[in-house]
Design a protein around this ligand. Structure first.
Ligand SMILES: C[S@@+](CC[C@H](N)C(=O)[O-])C[C@H]1O[C@@H](n2cnc3c(N)ncnc32)[C@H](O)[C@@H]1O
Length: 263
């Protein structure tokens, strides 16, 4: 599955505003006491996690950004030229053994684990446990979307979208909305101290371009997963695109952040 740099750029301010501050502070405290020198951001896209967390990372730490998409890596490289201590590498995360964890103080990820499968997440937790490396995984979609202006098909559409979120996104059957809850259990089983926090997007008409791109992103999944007439999909999307522009309207998209630290 590939991601568009423009989409990642559009969502970055909403992601930044949504991140659970308490977990970011706990992430910073962990790093200030960590001896190992590296923060590894997996599925880095254009480097949004680095830009959002750079203030919380001590100056003696370096970043390693990993993604399997060369175009996104190139954009991440371009956008991180001003930062010191950053390396970027093409890496398919399905190669878990090849993850260079030896020098890692922590692994970070944003908007990634809802794409991942139970099996991948279990093997990932095991790999981090063996190396005693923690995980900060933010912005895992939790399946809840609310709009201030209701449409009769909202519930049906969100249920269909969430079913599609649990199809294969390159790691086997995706966890989708269950990602944060499953990560909490998997890391807890390895004795990690796990904290979670809600990180919903709270979008007003000021964020109409993001809302509209998000809604347009429903079309293909709804067509693929079935269960809705094409005309109903068209009507629902048209209604939502118009509603996104209306002053006073708002939309909430649920996410969960997670911090799992070895004890
Ligand atoms: C939703 S985007 C999030 C990007 C970035 N973390 C952010 O918050 O803007 C998911 C990212 O995971 C990457 N990704 C997906 N499958 C991957 C894989 N098998 N190996 C490495 N990266 C992968 C995509 O290329 C994309 O950059």
């Amino acid at each position: 599955m590939s991601f568009d740099a423009d989409w990642l750029t559009l969502r970055e301010p909403a992601d930044k505003a949504a991140r659970d501050e308490r977990l970011v502070e706990a992430f910073a405290r962990h790093l200030s006491g960590a001896a190992k020198p590296l923060v590894i951001d997996i599925g880095c896209g254009t480097g949004s996690t680095l830009r959002c967390l750079a203030h919380a990372v001590p100056a003696d730490k370096n970043w390693l950004l990993l993604d399997n998409d060369p175009l996104l890596l190139k954009e991440a490289e371009r956008r991180s030229e001003a930062h010191a201590g950053i390396a970027l590498r093409r890496h398919d995360l399905n190669d878990l053994v090849g993850l260079p964890l030896e020098d890692a103080a922590i692994v970070t990820a944003s908007a990634l684990f809802d794409l991942c499968s139970e099996d991948f997440s279990a093997r990932f937790a095991e790999r981090l446990a063996v190396c005693s490396v923690g995980l900060y995984a933010a912005l895992n979609y939790d399946g809840r979307i609310d709009w201030s202006e209701a449409h009769p098909l909202d519930e049906t559409v969100v249920a269909a979208f969430n079913r599609h979120q649990q199809t294969d996104k390159g790691f086997g059957v995706a966890l989708g909305p269950k990602a944060a809850a499953r990560l909490a259990v998997l890391f807890g089983d390895h004795g990690f101290r796990v904290e979670t926090g809600e990180s919903p997007w709270r979008l007003s008409s000021d964020s109409a371009p993001l809302q509209k791109a998000f809604i347009e992103g429903f079309r293909q999944p709804l067509q693929e997963i079935g269960g809705l007439r094409s005309s109903d999909i068209d009507d629902w999307i048209a209604f939502r695109l118009a509603a996104a522009e209306k002053p006073g309207s708002h939309c909430t998209v649920g996410h969960t952040d997670l911090l799992a630290l070895p004890v």
